[in-house]
Design a protein around this ligand. Sequence first.
Ligand code: PSV
Ligand code: MN
Length: 393
Amino acid sequence: MNTDRIVRALDSFRIELPSWGFANTGTRFGKFLQPAAAATIEEKLNDAGQVHALTGVSPTVALHVLWDFPRGVDSAHEVSALASRAGVQPGSINPNVFQDQIYKFGSFGNPDKSVRDHALQHTKDSVAIARRLKSRDVSLWFADGSNYPGTANIRQRRRWFEECLQALHRELASDQRMLVEYKPFEPAFYHTDIADWGMALLLARAAGPQARVLVDTGHHYLSQNIEQIVAWLLAEDMLGGFHFNDRRYADDDLTIGSIDPYQVFRIFREILHFEWETGTRADVAFMIDQSHNLKGKIEAMIQTVTVAQELYAKAALVDHDALATAQARSDIVAAESLLQDAFATDVRPAIREWRIMHRLPADPMDAFRQSGYLQRITAERAGRAEAASSSYA
Ligand code: PSV
Ligand code: MN
């Protein structure tokens, strides 16, 4: 095993936690409440801080504007202070133009101009929040779509999306980015306005030079080749970031690698191959977008971060020089085996060493279970009313 490669890979690997992953969330059939779940932004940041303190690789937290900034931009100062107290920093800022009643028929794609204006204003406020917090990325996801054929003017809505995204792009500071996330269905079940990576790419291009595409791994039809999408977006310099999660059927928000770890490995491998080929690090934000209905929230996040590290380390073991030779000779078995051998390597001992080297617990999950943190917050948080704005579903 090439330990140097693993160490180099781990030194540069960071993954962002979602604030909403620490709150009570569920499915559309209901939530199973956990007494230790976070209900306030302070609690979410504290829990994320625990994950970072134990793993050392999740220093930033993605924030959802309606759930985490009760007073909008006026909450920014407080959120920033709470984050630094928790030992983390604000990460990507996620506007929310899908939850309020006003968005029943869409946001940027709504036929009613006053609703489009309202949505645009919210996203502009989100850019302002991001700027206050020194967050680079404003991450946009739209639930817009329709449920029945003939009920929406698809090309007109596309133009409205272009106009709104362009207007929003004009608000960005020169060091900010906007990320456009796509999703093929849900909550809309006939058409989604930004349904796939091609639509997101075209809209990001139309929006302006600081817009990129965000790939949520749960937002694809089954068996779609996600790493090929990644390769194409890298080639176009249009890959901005990921929302990682796993799934068996649809957008199930399961733990990364729990169903198909080889797919995550293949995605990381494409990114590392790009770096090998170009000598440039791909400027891509790794973020988690998971919510756990059954697993303990903090344990699930520690597990997530640990698995992500393992898969990244395995991908870093692929010998791209040897792979290039095998590909050039069309030696299919040799080429494929280079991936399979790397994937089969047990990188856990090397990761333990890396943690010890960085004065981190060799086993973050065990350290968490020993720490007493869960018992303490369970006692503190049990019995208090859940804050209404803290989560979804
Ligand atoms: C939508 O399914 C999504 O992936 C978007 O990223 C949202 O911001 C997130 O989930 C939380 O609802
Ligand atoms: Mn997402």
